[in-house]
Structure formats: C-alpha cells, structure tokens
Design a protein around this ligand. Structure first.
Ligand SMILES: [Zn+2]
Length: 190
C-alpha cells in the first residue's frame, strides 16, 4: 500500500446528520456480523453525498455491499480518529483532477474525516481491485460531483429513525494544500 496519508478532520462542526450517519453505521456493522444481510439489503445505498461513482449493473449510489468489501479488504478505508481515538470508516470516495480520496466518519464522535489518495483517476485505480468481480464493481463516475443517498431505505431495514434534514454545512468540502474540493449532487439516471 503506497498511500501514506492519514485520516484528517474534514470539518469541526458535527451536525445532527453526522450523528445520525454514525449511529446508522454502527448498527450496520452489527447487522453485518449476525445474522447477516440479504443480497437485496447489501444493494441498499448508505447515506452520503460525496461519492463520485456508481456501482454494479444497476448503477447504484454507493451500496452497503461495496463499503463492506472496502472496510474488509482496504486498510486505508479504516483508521483511528485523531480527535477521540474512535474507529474511523470510509463512507464515500471521489475527487477531481488532483484532489480526492476517502470521506470517512468517526463512529464514536461522528466527526467527518478525509483521507487523501490522489485525483479522481488515482482514486478509481485504488478502489477498482477491491470491487472487481463483486456485484458492486465500479460502473460509472462523475467528475467534480457526487451520486448521493439519504440512506432512508437502509435506516428502515435497521429499524432506525428517518434521516434528519441535511443542512448546507453537511455538504462535503475538503481542502488539501491549495486545492479545495466541493462535491455537488448529481442525479442518478436509471
Ligand atoms: Zn472521533
């Protein structure tokens, strides 16, 4: 693994949306352990608004199945929160010309995080082998935008409340050196 970056705090202010996402991801990890999830449930999208890619033949917004593959196979998709020492997991990935990488969330303090990998091409190259041959292979990308989901269907399966309304400050915004990365939503066309 040639990536020597670390998880960095993406924004200091933690919103109701961030806390709800952290709660959902904790429940999701428990559900995955036992008794497991059906293939249909693995195809549900996780809540995020920063992933530049779509997945599988149905061109899904980042599905549970894909994040499970990454959490298990990619050491870079996990880490330790520099703020509280809690576990950080990747929740999206994408980029532009020379800025990009994983968005993540601390499961303990719900702080949004970022881990630099490289531009959109480097991110694509990094992720591809982990998802190749799975139902969640990379199948489509957008430059400078994101395919998002509010995670409502997944929350229902996990018996969690509906997502809180996201505010403007929930939008991913990343600064790496001189470069600023903002990712507006792109609608998924099926
Ligand atoms: Zn933390």
């Amino acid at each position: 693994m040639s990536i020597d970056s670390k998880w960095e705090v993406r924004k200091g202010r933690i919103t109701a949306w961030d806390r709800w996402c952290a709660e959902l991801l904790v429940s999701l990890r428990k559900a995955a352990a036992s008794p497991g999830l059906t293939l249909e449930e693995l195809g549900l999208s996780i809540p995020q608004s920063a992933c530049s890619f779509t997945f599988g033949s149905a061109k899904l917004a980042l599905p549970v199945g894909a994040v499970f593959e990454l959490w298990i196979k990619d050491p870079v998709a996990n880490g330790v929160c520099p703020k509280c020492g809690g576990k950080v997991v990747a929740t999206a990935f994408g980029g532009i010309l020379n800025v990009g990488g994983y968005m993540g969330l601390c499961l303990k303090c719900a702080t949004p995080m970022f881990r630099h990998i490289g531009g959109l091409g480097a991110v694509h190259q990094h992720i591809t082998p982990f998802l190749e041959g799975t139902p969640w292979y990379l199948n489509g990308a957008t430059y400078g935008g994101s395919f998002s989901s509010d995670g409502k269907a997944l929350a229902k399966v996990l018996h969690l409340p509906d997502p809180p309304k996201a505010t403007r400050s929930d939008k991913p915004e990343v600064t790496v050196g001189k470069h600023r990365l903002e990712v507006p939503d792109v609608e998924i066309v099926r």
